[in-house]
Design a binder for this molecule. Structure first.
Ligand code: AQP
Length: 341
């Protein structure tokens, strides 16, 4: 009998619990995680990248809350641990082991070129720690541990994926075929959502201007208000064009939630003002976000179920990734302890 299971590609992706999950995270990543978990061509594995968040100083109580909230929200968005294990990164010690190993095969010069390091060290000039610098090795380990074929990421992560591929190829050239060389891909229908207040900046969990950012926990009223206050321009015409960053962003969000093309949107709003358009975008987003928020409110009350989901997923992640760690360590020359049967 043909083993179709073998042909499935392994998909790995992660999100940081660095604050409340935004509409940007949902439209750019999470919505696609759900599509991929439901696609029979893929075996998906997802993680909450909590180890990555401590490259920036976290307040302990807020960090605990953020982890549980983000876990519940990802489930509310539709990630189902029975289809795609979803684990908390720090529950699998193999991530830290692999990060250390890969650190020793990554050059200082390579890490120095990472734009995220340059950006974040400017933003957190008082805390340019070694973890911020070696963040790409931890991320490379996240991916390589699971022999992932595909890594759905936003465009901002392309450089880190390239580094992952280079380090994996370097390791393989010394020790043989230890790591699958992963492919990063930016899904066609994933949108880059910009801030509603500063539409040249991406919508971010850590944005200080709350009005710029739609949180997935925002109530319907708050969502409507934020869209009504969104920055636009003085042309008063709904059309996609250079220099109309605010309207372009609203059109991208509207297209992402309704499935309409830009031409259809321009036609539908021909002769109408920005007020009507903002209301329509707000209502379409409310229709998408409201059921997710209601599911989130149910999940967050059920800490026992959340605990069961992340514990079960971590067991799976540890089992799969241990094979890669053992193989890499043996190849390097480490001696492994005898395992219990
Ligand atoms: N605005 C966005 N539009 C589209 N996609 C986005 N992503 C993030 N913001 C947008 C995608 O979400 C996934 C998870 O992101 P992450 O949490 O690992 O890190 P991030 O990109 O740094 O997200 P934030 O919200 O901007 O967090 P902070 O404020 O902590 O830095 C990724 O696939 C990302 O591309």
């Amino acid at each position: 009998m043909e083993n179709t299971e073998k042909k499935k590609q392994i998909v790995f992706s992660a999100i940081q619990p660095s604050g409340t999950i935004t509409l940007g995270n949902y439209l750019g990543a999470l919505r696609n995680w759900v599509k991929m978990q439901d696609n029979p061509d893929y075996n998906c594995l997802y993680a909450l990248a909590d180890l990555h968040t401590i490259t920036v100083r976290q307040e302990p109580a807020a960090m605990r809350r953020n982890i549980i909230d983000a876990y519940a929200m990802v489930m509310a968005c539709g990630v189902d641990v029975d289809k795609a294990p979803f684990f908390i990164q720090s529950h699998n010690p193999n991530h830290s082991i692999m990060a250390w190993i890969l650190n020793c095969y990554t050059q200082f010069g390579e890490l120095s070129r990472m734009t995220q390091f340059k950006d974040k060290s400017q933003k957190h000039a008082d805390n340019i720690n070694a973890g911020l610098f070696t963040y790409p090795s931890l991320m490379a380990g996240d991916i390589l541990l699971y022999q992932a074929d595909k890594v759905p990421v936003g465009a901002d992560q392309k450089q880190h994926i390239e580094l992952t591929r280079d380090v994996a190829a370097r390791f393989n050239s010394i020790y043989g075929n230890v790591f699958k060389i992963p492919e990063g891909f930016i899904p066609k229908d994933s949108s880059r959502v910009m801030s509603l207040q500063t539409p040249t900046n991406k919508m971010s969990k850590s944005d200080e201007n709350a009005n710029g950012c739609i949180m997935m926990t925002d109530t319907d009223d708050v969502i409507m208000k934020k869209f009504k206050r969104a920055v636009t321009d003085s042309e008063m015409k709904v059309r996609y064009a250079e220099g109309k960053d605010g309207i372009n962003n609203l059109m991208a969000i509207y297209a992402a939630v309704t499935g309409l093309s830009y031409e259809e949107i321009e036609r539908d709003f021909d002769g109408k003002g920005y007020g009507d358009f903002k209301t329509a975008v707000g209502e379409a987003v409310v229709a998408e976000v409201s059921p997710i928020r209601k599911r989130y409110e149910e999940y967050i009350k059920d800490k026992k179920y959340i605990e069961e989901c992340y514990t079960r997923s971590a067991e799976f992640a540890i089992r799969i990734s241990s094979r890669t760690v053992d193989k890499a360590m043996k190849k390097i020359g480490f001696i492994l302890p005898k395992k219990d049967q």
